[in-house]
Design a protein. Structure first.
Length: 188
């Protein structure tokens, strides 16, 4: 039994995740060093401030607690958090209800996933830009193809039907202007 307790204590202390036991009102009962590093806070300040002060939006904490109360636990709850020094980060929180000496407490594990979120957002933005680029390319290609057909047909029509040829030249100018505008939009 002592060996199991020692292993659990070692996991708690050496985990890269910030871990804490807290009450529903946010009082911190115990914590590991990773949590202090994650929140950039001293032990005394953490115990004094409690958990509620680290949520960027108190409504996020209320939603998290309501979900835990209803289902018993929450996994990978993404939430904007604020460190003690005022810097913000995006956290992933796992939270479970536990009974400890007859009292219901919360086991909280938190990690900073800002880099992962940033990469996902950048990837999504790049994919959207590539999609728009393909659409614009297709549109410009179609416009230029239409302009090419008109440009090739108009000189022959000029002799037979000058009015139609003149209309085609006007349409050709509109198509070229449209293609140039689409290409400018692509470059911006």
């Amino acid at each position: 039994m002592r060996s199991a307790e020692a292993q659990i204590h070692s996991l708690f202390e050496h985990s890269p995740l910030g871990i804490a036991l807290s009450t529903y009102n946010g009082e911190i009962l115990t914590y590991n060093k990773a949590l202090l590093g994650l929140l950039r806070i001293s032990e005394e300040e953490l115990l004094r401030e409690g958990a509620a002060n680290f949520y960027a939006n108190s409504a996020d904490r209320a939603k998290l607690l309501a979900t835990v109360q209803e289902s018993g636990s929450v996994q990978q709850f993404g939430v904007p958090l604020v460190r003690h020094d005022g810097s913000s980060f995006f956290g992933s929180i796992n939270m479970s209800r536990l009974l400890l000496e007859g009292n219901e407490v919360l086991l909280v594990m938190a990690e900073d996933v800002t880099d992962e979120i940033t990469v996902e957002q950048q990837t999504a933005a790049l994919e959207e830009r590539e999609r728009l680029s393909r659409e614009l390319h297709d549109s410009v290609t179609q416009t230029l193809f239409s302009a090419s057909v008109l440009a090739q047909a108009s000189p022959r029509m000029l002799k037979k039907t000058p009015d139609v040829a003149e209309h085609n030249f006007e349409r050709l100018a509109v198509l070229i202007d449209g293609a140039l505008a689409e290409m400018r939009a692509l470059l911006l």
